[in-house]
Design a protein around this ligand. Structure first.
Ligand SMILES: Cc1cc2nc3c(=O)[nH]c(=O)nc-3n(C[C@H](O)[C@H](O)[C@H](O)COP(=O)(O)O)c2cc1C
Length: 234
């Protein structure tokens, strides 16, 4: 397998993405001694992906293949090559950013047609076994409550247990020069998470708690973010 680890970056910020920093750390940890070339990145903002037309052509006319000819083919080819897929995204209104939701909708060809039975669709055998991991960052000062809807959505899509979804809060700090040591330490924790996931399916709950804890005291964050957004005293 040429690129066993695939990062799908759903942030519109490209190289300026907070989440991409975390996704890369996770991939490095997972990859261990594997060469950097084992990790492939796709940034959705660089791809042209139409919304799903809801035509069910991928179930009827061309089973397993979407009828739309656009860059989703690149994503599907990369998915086919990977055994671990890291979905990297900023939380937008407690959900996935639009372009990522669009790409996820366009993955419906990997499912067998709905047969009137169970709610969970069976995945086509040709898609193979893949491990999905979701990593995110958010602007709020804590992660509690922010990811409830997304976690429920992943459970509904993938079944129980759902794929791991972890996140770093207060992420506006990740690009702030003075925060570098704190951010570097947090990214080390994410790298360690990747190492753990390479060895076992379930990571340490305490490590996840550390990753999801605030980077700085909430009061200080409030102050800083107010200054950054020019809302101080407003
Ligand atoms: C349209 C929009 C909606 C957002 N919604 C939320 C939200 O619901 N909760 C939250 O904590 N942060 C929210 N944020 C903040 C982003 O999740 C945060 O800035 C994130 O770190 C950006 O990651 P990125 O640099 O990888 O794009 C929102 C940002 C935008 C632009």
């Amino acid at each position: 397998m040429e690129h066993p680890i695939l990062i799908i970056n759903g942030s519109p910020r490209g190289e300026g993405s907070n989440t991409l920093l975390a996704a890369r750390a996770l991939a490095e940890g997972l990859g261990g001694a594997a060469p950097a070339s084992a990790i492939r990145e796709l940034s959705l903002r660089d791809l042209t992906i139409e919304p799903c037309r809801g035509c069910f052509g991928c179930w009827r006319a061309t089973p397993g293949h979407c009828v739309i000819r656009d860059d989703m083919r690149t994503v599907m080819d990369a998915l086919a090559e990977a055994n671990t897929v890291i979905v990297s995204f900023p939380v937008y209104f407690f959900g996935f950013p639009g372009p990522l939701k669009t790409a996820l909708d366009r993955m419906i060809p990997v499912m067998h047609a709905y047969d009137g039975g169970e709610t969970l669709h069976r995945v086509r055998e040709s898609f193979g076994e893949k491990r999905f991991l979701f990593i995110s960052t958010c602007g709020f000062r804590v992660t509690e409550g922010i990811y409830d809807a997304l976690r429920a959505q992943l459970r509904a899509i993938f079944g129980d247990p759902a794929p791991l979804l972890t996140a770093i809060p207060q992420a506006e700090l990740m690009q702030v020069e003075q925060m570098r040591p704190i951010v570097a330490h947090r990214l080390d924790l994410v790298r360690r998470l990747g190492e753990q996931l390479a060895a076992s399916p379930a990571p340490d709950a305490s490590l996840l708690r550390e990753i999801e804890s605030p980077l700085i005291l909430p009061k200080a964050y409030h102050r800083l973010v107010s200054m950054m957004h020019g809302t101080e005293g407003a």
